[in-house]
Each structure stands twice: as structure tokens, then as C-alpha cells.
Design a protein around this ligand. Structure first.
Ligand SMILES: [Zn+2]
Length: 204
């Protein structure tokens, strides 16, 4: 019988559960640069919590459309618009890494298949949990639906408020930003587009 040494590597002090990497260490330096004392009680574990939060808020990078859709596609001869309104989302702007959040309204006109309705909010989350521009987020949601559902058209409307505008800069607390992407029949057919806009309560 061989005598094998068992080597147990303990995480260094302050490295927490071992799930953190250099982000937490660097955040400690950032706190110091901001004039804080990272060793005071309330801040001791903040760098690790920050890293954990940031990893969650950017987890969309490691999620794929295939994983989310995961076979939830159904053949259907549906002639009417499918619409999911008021889907909450939370994202972070890539310019300031500050949150922006709001609602999305997503509609499509099926050709021969439909997607499980619960998948639409999950597709939104996948793109929202990345550093984003509201314009790009809106576009990516619309293009993904074209890719997976192959519909006659897609309309996505996104209403959001940006912390980088509310807390700093222009400090406008009540201004919202609206972006929209219309593809296929939503772009070419005015009555389809108008139906979508009136269903989500926007002026046509
Ligand atoms: Zn910003």
C-alpha cells in the first residue's frame, strides 16, 4: 500500500468561499482609493459581495440561447399576434456600469411555430445580465426571436430609466428612454405595427 500525502490547499485569509478571484482584491484597493477604510466592519466583506453581485449581474455572458430555449418550441398554425407585455428587466449600462431598468413588451407574428411564453423573459434576462446599451438590448431580443422562432415579424418596445441619468450628470429623475426594434412584418406592415403599439398602450 502506497503512502500518499494528502495535501489540502486552504484558501488564503479573506478569500472567502474560494469562488472569488482578483475582482474582490482589486475592489478593496478601489475602496481605499475612494477614501474608505476597507477594514472597517461594514466593509470587510464588501469586496467579495461586490464580486458575487457583479458575476450574477453579468451571468448572461455564459448563458446561450440554445440552453434557454431547450426544446420549448411548438408547431402551431397561429395567425394572430403573440404578445407578452410589461416584462420587468434590470441591466447595467456599459458606459457607467450603473443600473438601468424598466419594462419590455415583446410581440411576434408566428409562421409555423411558437415558443413557450416563459422563455421570452428568460431571453431578455440573458441579454440584460450583460453590460448593455438599451438600444442593443432591444435589438438583440428581437433578433433572437427571429432566430429561434422564425416568425413573420417581431416587435420589441423597451421603456427604461437609467441611474447614470438619475443620480449623476443631468439628474433627471423622471425621464425615461424608449427604444424599439421592428423586424419583418412589423417593419413592413403599418397595421401590424399599429396593432402592437396600441396593445402596449403607446400612441400609434
Ligand atoms: Zn450610463
Amino acid at each position: 500500500m502506497k503512502n500518499k500525502a494528502v495535501v489540502k490547499v486552504m484558501p488564503p485569509q479573506g478569500a472567502g468561499s474560494g469562488t472569488t478571484s482578483g475582482i474582490a482584491t482589486r475592489m478593496k484597493e478601489v475602496l481605499e482609493m475612494l477614501g474608505e477604510d476597507p477594514s472597517r466592519e461594514g466593509l470587510v466583506r464588501t469586496p467579495e459581495r461586490y464580486e458575487k453581485a457583479m458575476r450574477y449581474l453579468t451571468s448572461g455572458y455564459s448563458t446561450s440561447l440554445e440552453e434557454i430555449v431547450n426544446g420549448a418550441m411548438f408547431s402551431a398554425k397561429v395567425d394572430s399576434m403573440v404578445i407578452v407585455k410589461d416584462i420587468e428587466f434590470f441591466s447595467m449600462c456599459e458606459h457607467h456600469m450603473l443600473p438601468f431598468f424598466g419594462k419590455m413588451h415583446v410581440a411576434y407574428l408566428p409562421k409555423d411555430k411558437v415558443i413557450g411564453l416563459s422563455k421570452i423573459p428568460r431571453i431578455i434576462d440573458m441579454f440584460a445580465r450583460r453590460l448593455q446599451l438599451q438600444e442593443r438590448l432591444t435589438q438583440q431580443v428581437a433578433e433572437s426571436l427571429i432566430e429561434v422562432v422564425g416568425p413573420r415579424g417581431v416587435g420589441v418596445l423597451c421603456e427604461a430609466r437609467h441611474f447614470c441619468m438619475m443620480m449623476r450628470g443631468v439628474e433627471k429623475q423622471h425621464s425615461g428612454t424608449v427604444t424599439s426594434t421592428m423586424l419583418g412584418s412589423f417593419r413592413t406592415n403599418k397595421s401590424t405595427r399599429d396593432e402592437f403599439l396600441s396593445l402596449v398602450g403607446r400612441p400609434v
